[in-house]
Design a protein around this ligand. Structure first.
Ligand code: PLP
Ligand code: TYF
Length: 394
């Protein structure tokens, strides 16, 4: 049986992680996979997470199963963090998932159950797993214009024109904030325009929210999806706790389904619960419990917020410093967009050959499409990265 399998390529991000690990150079620089790094180049456990874990270790008396949908307290905490009062709780169905990737998978499985003929509209470019998972669950994919590479900015007119083509049985994937890989986000006015198009077409938004708090702060980053929730009858939100709680390997996530009424929310919850059961039964609990405890304890929550704000401010500082260094070294303003963009990533505008030169000649790893994890920079390595970019011909 197993001999009948065909080889599967890893996605380009995970492939690059493997290539980086195999590189023997001591001074290699990893700006590939999206992991936040502090000034020392590490990805430490957040303070509030450590405290919550200590308390859980002391108080937890059992590792018996939690429910198939995950802990209701976790789901309430996530719903409130993400939606605040933008949607009545009885219209929201939620289940916990392994990470945001699990949430995207369960969301697209839910769409397939509702309408196997649904088309999934995916921004061009997007996180590679969007198209990969849509294809794997058997849904047709449609790319919509998102990024104007020459302007290093959102192509709002192209996006809206393409989204007009989605119909009532279709799904539109939107990045809640900190667009991966471009760093180009929707303005509040763009969100209002998208809401109007979705209202007109009846297409279902699937908001992928992997970086809440990394863009402009938790409230500002949630404003766009909350606007959709206030205006549209239905939406799906795939939430990740990997980045903003630094819980990557614990696999913290949830899918929220906003339905038109409470009865439909109950129907959606039953389907989400069944998808969890078919896929992995009980979702992981440890990271979810950490998040629940942090959000429920005012002191822990304040400390988490402070550390998250500091991480965001650090990323903004690195964006400014890289753009300034490139201005000094190149005598031009052409990298100003790096300072203006949001979150961990920017497309630096490198061709595949320039990406290879940066990697082979300078030991600087960015993804093949030119995506740089700006949050992987440190003050110490930043000048070397800027010089490598220019030496590669950028
Ligand atoms: N969606 C996007 C756009 C991402 O960049 C990521 C990666 O962090 C995820 C979802 C989900 O990540 P995880 O499964 O680690 O929570
Ligand atoms: O885009 C990134 O780097 C992160 C991590 O299949 C990631 O979102 C990368 C690839 C993947 C899953 C997560």
């Amino acid at each position: 049986m197993l001999t009948r399998l065909s080889p599967q390529a890893p996605d380009k991000i995970i492939g690059l992680m493997q290539q980086f690990r195999a590189d023997p150079r001591a001074d290699k620089i990893d700006l590939g996979v999206g992991v936040y790094r502090d000034a020392a180049g590490g990805t430490p456990v957040m303070r509030a997470v450590k405290t919550a874990e200590q308390r859980i270790w002391q108080a937890q008396a059992t590792k018996g199963y939690v429910g198939i949908e995950g802990d209701p307290a976790f789901l309430d905490a996530v719903r409130t963090l993400v939606l605040d009062d933008a949607a009545p709780p009885d219209r929201v169905a939620a289940v916990a998932t392994p990470g945001g990737t699990g949430a995207v998978r369960i969301a697209l499985d839910l769409v397939r159950l509702a309408n196997p003929a649904a088309r999934v509209f995916i921004p061009d470019p997007s996180w590679p797993n969007h198209a990969a998972i849509a294809g794997f669950v058997g849904l047709e994919q449609v790319a919509y214009r998102y990024y104007d590479a020459a302007a290093h900015a959102l192509d709002a007119a192209g996006m809206l024109a393409d989204l007009e083509r989605a119909g009532p049985g279709d799904v539109v994937i939107l990045h809640g904030c900190c667009h991966n890989p471009t760093g180009a986000d929707l303005s509040p006015a763009d969100w209002a325009d998208v809401a109007a198009v979705l209202q007109k077409t009846g297409a279902l938004p699937l908001v992928d929210l992997a970086y809440l708090g990394f863009g402009a702060g938790v409230e500002a980053d949630a404003a766009g999806l909350r606007l959709l929730a206030r205006h549209l009858p239905e939406m799906l939100i795939a939430v990740s706790g990997s980045k903003n709680f630094g819980l990557y390997r614990e696999r913290v996530g949830a899918i929220l389904a906003l339905a038109g009424d409470a009865a439909t929310a109950t129907l959606a919850r039953g389907n989400l619960s069944n998808l969890n059961r078919q896929t992995y039964a009980f979702p992981p609990d440890h990271g979810a419990r950490v998040v629940t405890d942090i959000l429920a304890d005012p002191a822990l929550r304040a400390d988490w917020q402070t550390e998250l704000d500091a991480m965001r401010t650090r990323m903004e500082g690195l964006r400014g410093a890289l753009s300034d260094t490139l201005r000094e070294l190149s005598g031009s303003d052409r990298f100003g967009f790096i300072a203006a963009q949001k979150g961990m990533f920017s497309l630096i505008g490198a061709t595949p050959a320039q990406v290879a030169t940066m990697r082979d000649d300078h030991g600087v790893y960015v993804i093949g499409d030119g995506r740089m994890n700006v949050a992987g920079l440190t003050e110490a390595i930043l000048p070397r990265v800027a010089r490598a970019m220019l030496a590669a011909g950028l």
